[in-house]
Structures are given as structure tokens and as C-alpha cells.
Write a protein that binds this ligand. Structure first.
Ligand code: GLN
Length: 198
């Protein structure tokens, strides 16, 4: 079996940090910017950044349709912060901002007040096991509405900040900005299973 390649959507945001985290975790990462790149990856991370900008770039680079097709086809996909906003069904109070609509949640952008505007908070993530995960929050969204079939994996101040729906993972926080690669490894493990099931 060929080695799993984890793509990082390279339109905007903290792409390099994710590639670096994958390297530290002993995984093969690749920046994915084009439709051709997208065909070469086994899984995809959509990094943090600015969701309004990325929404426009997805259309400029004609990536919206192929991305939706791959994700619906079962490709393991993880959105961190802005990435989770891009994956969501919709954004509270912003009906006109387009999303990919593949993760059945409603998110609220820039949801945490000043206290958590830029903070590192220990998070209990039972699905991951081990000690609390260092959750780095930067103008982060929280999940307002969780659709049927969406699991909440972590909460902060009672709000869902990590969710999973089958092959799709969303985190409000930024694991790529910490030394802790447990979520990168866990996510990459889904790829191995998706590949062997193919
Ligand atoms: N506030 C940004 C947005 O709504 C997300 C911030 C981030 O990804 N760190 O697009």
C-alpha cells in the first residue's frame, strides 16, 4: 500500500504550520492548491485563516465542486477554525457567506469574547485519551447547532469546539500551533482505514 498523503488546502492561512505538524508526527503532507493536487491526496486539512477570503478563492480556483465530491465520497477531511467554518452547513447571522455545506453544523464566527480571543485552554477530549489537549483559540468559532449524526468530542464553556461527522472533523482550535500532534496522528489513522476499505 502506498504511503498516505495528507493534503493541506493551500489557498490561505496557516498551511506551513500544518505541514510542519504532519512532519513532526511522522506523516507525509502536501500543499494542495489545484484540482490536480486534490486528486493526489488521501485526506485533506483545511487550515485556519479568514473564511470570507477562502470562500472567494474556492470559486476562483474552481475547487468548490471537486472538494465537495471528494468529501462526500468519504475522503477524511479536517477543518481547523476557519476550516471548520468552510465545511459547515451555515454560519449564524451570515446567511450570504457561502460554505461547502458538508458538515451538518451551524457555526458562530468569532464567538468567544475577548477572554478567549487568543488563549490556550486545556481541553478534555475523551475520544483522544491521555492528558488534556492544549486548545489554542484565535478569534475562534463555536458550534451553535449540531445536526443529527454529528458527535461532539470537546466543549469549552459548554459550547461544542470539536465535532465529528463520519469522515469529517472540525475543531475550533489550532492543534498545528502546539507541539501536541495527537489529533494529527488520530486523523491520519482514519486515512489508513479509508484506504484499506477502498
Ligand atoms: N475568525 C476567522 C474567520 O471567521 C477564523 C479565525 C481562524 O481561523 N483562526 O474566518
Amino acid at each position: 500500500m502506498s504511503k498516505t498523503v495528507v493534503g493541506v488546502l493551500g489557498l490561505q492561512g496557516d498551511v506551513v504550520e500544518h505541514l510542519e505538524a504532519l512532519r513532526r508526527a511522522g506523516l507525509t503532507g502536501m500543499e494542495a492548491k489545484t484540482r490536480e493536487d486534490l486528486r493526489r491526496v488521501d485526506a485533506l486539512i483545511i487550515p485556519g485563516g479568514e473564511s470570507t477570503t477562502v470562500a472567494k478563492l474556492l470559486d476562483r480556483f474552481a475547487l468548490r465542486e471537486p472538494l465537495i465530491a471528494r468529501i462526500r465520497g468519504g475522503m477524511p477531511t479536517w477543518g481547523t477554525c476557519m476550516g471548520m467554518i468552510v465545511l459547515s452547513a451555515d454560519i449564524a447571522g451570515m446567511p450570504d457567506q457561502p460554505t461547502l455545506g458538508v458538515l451538518d453544523v451551524t457555526v458562530l464566527r468569532n464567538a468567544f469574547g475577548r477572554q478567549v480571543e487568543s488563549a490556550e485552554v486545556p481541553l478534555e477530549i475523551p475520544a483522544l485519551g491521555g492528558p488534556p489537549f492544549p486548545g489554542v483559540f484565535i478569534r475562534a468559532p463555536w458550534v451553535e447547532r449540531v445536526g443529527e449524526g454529528v458527535e461532539v468530542l470537546a466543549r469549552l464553556e459548554g459550547k461544542a469546539v470539536m465535532v465529528r461527522q463520519g469522515n469529517i472533523l472540525g475543531t475550533s482550535f489550532h492543534p498545528e500551533l502546539t507541539r501536541d500532534v495527537r489529533i494529527h496522528r488520530w486523523f491520519a489513522g482514519w486515512c489508513t482505514r479509508a484506504q484499506s476499505a477502498a
